[in-house]
Design a protein around this ligand. Structure first.
Ligand SMILES: Nc1ncnc2c1ncn2[C@@H]1O[C@H](COP(=O)(O)OP(=O)(O)OP(=O)(O)O)[C@@H](O)[C@H]1O
Length: 397
């Protein structure tokens, strides 16, 4: 981006009175890096979480005024709150803006105790999900709550598809806490081509796009409804993915309105739900399942993550979390069980080092676990293809 353009944007921001009566947002260093692609400006304003409401009007005004700057057509401005102390526990709860078009996600029918599969909730009007040229299939990896290993599963699953010779992309739609830059050790801003589309970054042969490439790291964003859709649409449709056999989408955790809107707007072949075996995680996984059914996205199955632990010294296996809960739940809900991933230091360390286990040790036992899951996901897609209204019928023993 030209410096002149950036200066023009900063001048506009400097001229806007701050809603708290303080100095302008530029001199207070509240403005992030400004990124412009295809005449669209992206940046964030760092405010204390308690000031978010107060700055909302300002945010809208900033979008409006910046979109009038010469050389800019539209602007996407997010309010961000600094992460306190880092780590997952410190992540603020995602803002859940009202979604006018989305059906309400909280009306989940209670599953019958010990009974048969949960009945599908009434279907919402079928949303428009235009295909993305060049992308054959899109699979979402989702979880009912954060911290269950959704991103770890998504990235290793994508690499396992790649290991089968498929052309694969990974879209980090977890805009509240993008982890793909860390998991794939990728940084830097994507280039734009012809001043239009963004070029995905690449690691281990995987094409990747993440909001984390576009905004400051460690800056969770407070998103407003329309911005969620705008960001997702851009990352999906205005990225030069090329021909892909599979695009894996790492969804934001949870089953709130934003997640529902995403599930509704992406032309998904299906969703993989990641859960840990604990009861609480399973309750949330059930909500995730209900959410996808509501928007008529087939649930391809459930993965049980951190399923069991093998002591490195004795090789003895411990079912510390009550292993097997997700398998039983999958059976009860009538969806395939896709496999169990052990709680393994290697999995954690390799992810933290930006070299996920499927890339770092492709022939090792952990990579095999993910490869098996990938094979079951593909079989599950075969089982549901062409019948997006039906729940999958294949059950793996
Ligand atoms: N099977 C596993 N064994 C050991 N550690 C794991 C395993 N799966 C995930 N982890 C670790 O657990 C932490 C959370 O994983 P991850 O970021 O994938 O979860 P998440 O569900 O995507 O979380 P969030 O939604 O909060 O981003 C990470 O430190 C990751 O390395």
């Amino acid at each position: 981006m030209s410096d002149a353009l950036k200066t023009r944007i900063l001048d506009v921001l400097r001229s806007l009175p701050a809603p708290d009566g303080g100095a302008d947002v530029v001199s207070r260093d509240m403005v992030s890096d400004i990124f412009v692609a295809d005449r669209k400006a992206f940046f964030s304003l760092s405010v204390a979480a308690s000031d978010a409401e107060r700055f909302e009007g300002f945010r809208q005004e900033a979008e409006r005024r910046v979109s009038e700057v010469e050389g800019i057509d539209t602007a996407m401005v997010a309010l961000t709150a600094e992460r306190k102390g880092g780590g997952m526990a410190a992540r603020p709860a995602p803002a859940r803006p009202p979604q006018p078009a989305a059906p309400h996600p909280h009306h989940h029918p209670r599953p019958r105790q010990g009974g048969a599969a949960m009945p599908a909730p009434p279907a919402a009007p079928r949303p428009v999900r235009p295909d993305i040229p060049g992308i054959r299939r899109i699979v979402a990896v989702a979880s009912g709550k954060g911290g269950v290993g959704k991103s770890t599963t998504a990235v290793n699953l994508a690499l396992a598809f790649l290991a089968r010779g498929m052309k694969v992309g990974l879209l980090d739609a977890d805009i509240y806490g993008p982890s793909v830059p860390r998991l794939l050790h990728l940084s830097g801003k994507p280039e734009t081509r012809n001043g239009r589309t963004m070029v995905p970054l690449e690691a281990y042969g995987l094409k990747a796009m993440s909001m984390g490439f576009l905004v400051e790291e460690e800056t969770p964003m407070i998103w407003r409804g329309p911005m969620v859709m705008s960001a997702l649409t851009q990352m999906l449709r205005e990225v030069e993915w090329g021909d892909l056999d599979m695009l894996v989408v790492d969804m934001p955790p949870g089953t709130g309105d934003a997640q529902l809107t995403m599930a509704q707007s992406v032309p998904l072949a299906g969703a993989v739900i990641v859960s840990t075996p604990q009861d609480l995680a399973l309750i949330d996984a059930r909500k995730g399942l209900a959410m996808f059914r509501k928007v008529e996205v087939p649930v391809l199955g459930i993965v049980e993550n951190m399923s069991y632990f093998v002591a490195p010294d004795t090789g003895k296996r411990y079912d510390i979390f009550g292993h097997g809960g997700a398998r039983a739940e999958a059976e009860r809900l009538g969806v395939p069980f896709l496999g169990e991933v052990p709680l393994e230091m290697v999995i954690r360390e390799s992810s933290d080092a930006g070299r996920p286990v499927v890339a770092g040790d492709p022939t090792g036992p952990h990579a095999q676990v993910y490869r098996d899951i990938a094979a079951r996901v593909l079989a599950s897609i075969e089982g549901v293809s062409g019948t997006t209204l039906k729940a999958p019928t294949i059950v793996f023993e």
